[in-house]
Design a protein around this ligand. Structure first.
Ligand code: 4NP
Length: 169
């Protein structure tokens, strides 16, 4: 099983979207989720301000517009233990990756990287923080950037871990 953790600052705008979009596409191509299945998927924030809170209403709304329900997700803060519990820890921007690198135990073999290091169709490498955006258009843009990273990540996982599977979508 491959375990993937998406991380942003608050775990209410970007990483819950990444979790939901990744889950949607993974299920669509037949990968199963759960402790005995193909994937374990989660998200967290480097900060603790929003622990226990649902995603930002603008993230819930843009996900719903694309047929994805993230309303039941709840924010949590990333921990050092996550570096033993997950194979991939993927930050949305370079500040996230910097904070994660500082938290990472020396004994961890986890791959720590930017989500967009897996994006092949764009040179963009950071998901911008939309928290202070004033309109929904910014969240739509963030949705599309995240989707590019998530589909690139799925292609990578299929090639490296699930290569016997047929991609059908
Ligand atoms: P996120 O967005 O990191 O994508 O969840 C933010 C959410 C909250 C704050 C900053 C960014 N905040 O400062 O409370």
């Amino acid at each position: 099983m491959i375990r993937i953790l998406f991380v942003c600052l608050g775990n209410i705008c970007r990483s819950p979207l990444a979790e939901g979009i990744f889950r949607y596409h993974a299920h669509r191509i037949g990968l199963r989720e759960g402790m005995t299945a193909d994937l374990h998927i989660d998200s967290a924030g480097t900060g603790n301000w929003h622990v226990g809170a649902p995603p930002d209403p603008r993230s819930i709304q843009v996900a719903a517009k694309h047929g994805i329900d993230i309303a039941s997700l709840r924010a949590r803060q990333v921990t050092a233990a996550d570096f033993h519990d997950f194979d991939y820890v993927l930050g949305m921007d370079r500040d996230n990756v910097k904070a994660l690198a500082a938290l990472r135990p020396e004994t961890s073999a986890t791959q720590l990287d930017l989500l967009l290091s897996f994006a092949t169709r764009t040179p963009v490498r950071e998901v911008p923080d939309p928290y202070f955006y004033r309109d929904a258009a910014g969240f739509e843009r963030v949705y599309n950037i995240i989707e590019t990273g998530v589909t690139g990540l799925l292609d990578h996982l299929q090639a490296t871990h699930f290569s016997s599977r047929q991609r059908n979508g």
